[in-house]
Every structure is written in C-alpha cells, then in structure tokens.
Design a protein around this ligand. Structure first.
Ligand code: PEP
Length: 249
C-alpha cells in the first residue's frame, strides 16, 4: 500500500507573516497520521513557515529550484540552500513554470537529477493542454514528458519521486477532471514507469492528481487505485485544505 501524499502549492501568495498565520491556522486542521502533508511555499516563506510548523505533521517544501549547484544565476535558489534549512520536497516543472518561465522537459530532467542528488523528493508535474486532450493525444504527450523527466534517474531514485498529473485545463479553473479521466492518465503514467523500470518501481512511485481539487472532489479522486493523493493550489490556502487532507475521515 502506497502512503498518500497531499501537497499544497501556494504559488506567489502569502508574505512571510501571512505564511506564519496560515500555517498556525491550518496546523490543527491538517493533522492526519495516515497521510504525508506538504506545504510548498514561496522561497522567502520557507524558514518562517518551518518554524511555525514545528511539532506538527506539516513538511515545508519549495516551489522550484535551479539545476546547477551554485554560481551566476541571479535570483535562483539551489538544492543545497534548500537542504541546508531542511527542505525535503520541491515542485519541479509546474505548468506555470513551463508557460511563464521557459521550463522544458529537459530542464525538468536536470532539476529532478539535482534534487535527487541532494536527497530532496521532486514532485514532478506533467499534464496536457485542453487542445491536446481534444486532439486525443493526452497519454502520448504525458508519456513523453515522463520519459524525458526520468532520463538517467535510477530505479532506486525513481521510487523516491512523486509525480503530479495536472491537466493544465483544470488548474485554477474550477474544472476538475472526472475521476475516470484522472485515473486513466495516472494509470498510464504508472504503466510508463513500469516500462522504463520494472513493476517494483511502478508500484512504489506515488502519483498525485492536481487541478481544482476541493473537499468535495478529493474523496473519490483519492480512492482511485492509481491516485496516491493530490497537488492542490487554490484550496491549499484555505481551511478547506484540512478537509482535503482528511478526505478519508
Ligand atoms: C496547482 O497549482 O498545482 C493546482 C492544481 O492549482 P488548483 O488546485 O488551484 O487548480
């Protein structure tokens, strides 16, 4: 049985003082020993959010990192900077980073390798546009993203990654993929991992669904055999996130 992992993606929201207030508000609401809970927050919020989360089940993660070790990359943040303060999760290749900041499957792969080198679990995002879904190429497209993201990643390393399937048309739009659509693609991703590696690796890897997850849609989505939790944007900033984390109660 894979342990569920439910992560919030705060995006560019919350000043450091707001972050502390939100962590304090959500701390009692997201207590659930059966689930790994991660808040992926803006870089400047990481340290204060960690302080506020002390003694709780909340893991504080990052929303992005650079693939180089260090150097002349103004404005970027490195894997060592994250591990130095105890970060264990980082979102890689979110569709907003791909759309607005030029991230490609190749840079995603480089970041995945760098995160794994530093024992940070990458939450690797993939997902199709509405046009791709309408053209019937969703699974081919997502398989391609996964194959490139995992280039040169060993089976042992792959077991410690998380994949977030996020159809772009469902992110921040209030349009949730149907349970069948989400399960179909998550199952195809697991099959792709099985083809790249083996059954052991495919069964170990955790695959999240993301895209307008709410307290109402979470229980059915997370009950699917190939959906091991969620990556949650908008609803992770609200008390509703507690209900999503406690989808099984
Ligand atoms: C996301 O940002 O990864 C996301 C899924 O956002 P939302 O839940 O708001 O659709």
């Amino acid at each position: 049985m894979r342990r569920k992992i439910i992560a919030g993606n705060w995006k560019m929201n919350m000043t450091p003082s707001q972050a502390v207030a939100l962590v304090n508000e959500l701390k009692p609401l997201v207590a659930n020993e059966e689930v790994d809970v991660v808040f992926c927050v803006p870089a400047i919020d990481i340290i204060p959010a960690m302080e506020a989360a002390k003694g709780s089940n909340i893991n504080i993660g990052a929303e992005n990192m650079h693939f180089e070790e260090s150097g002349a990359y103004t404005g970027e943040i490195s894997a060592s900077m994250l591990t130095d303060v105890g970060v264990k999760y980082v979102v890689i290749g979110h569709s907003e980073r791909r759309e607005y900041f030029g991230e490609t499957d190749e840079t995603v792969n480089k970041k995945v390798l760098k995160a794994l080198e530093h024992n940070i679990t990458p939450i690797i995002c993939c997902g199709e546009t509405l046009t791709q879904r309408e053209q019937g190429i969703t699974i081919d497209f997502v398989r391609q993203q996964i194959k490139v993201a995992f280039l040169n990643v060993t089976a042992e390393q792959a077991k410690n990654t998380v994949i977030a399937y996020e159809p772009i048309w469902a992110i921040g739009t209030g349009k949730v993929a149907t349970t069948e659509q989400a399960e179909e693609v998550c199952a195809a991703i697991r099959e792709c991992i099985r083809e790249i590696y083996d059954t052991d690796t495919a069964e170990a890897i955790r695959i999240q669904y993301g895209g307008s997850v709410s307290a109402a849609s979470a229980p059915e989505l997370f009950a699917q055999p190939n959906i091991d939790g969620g990556l949650v944007g908008g609803a992770s900033l609200k008390p509703d996130f507690g209900k999503i984390v406690n989808y099984n109660k």
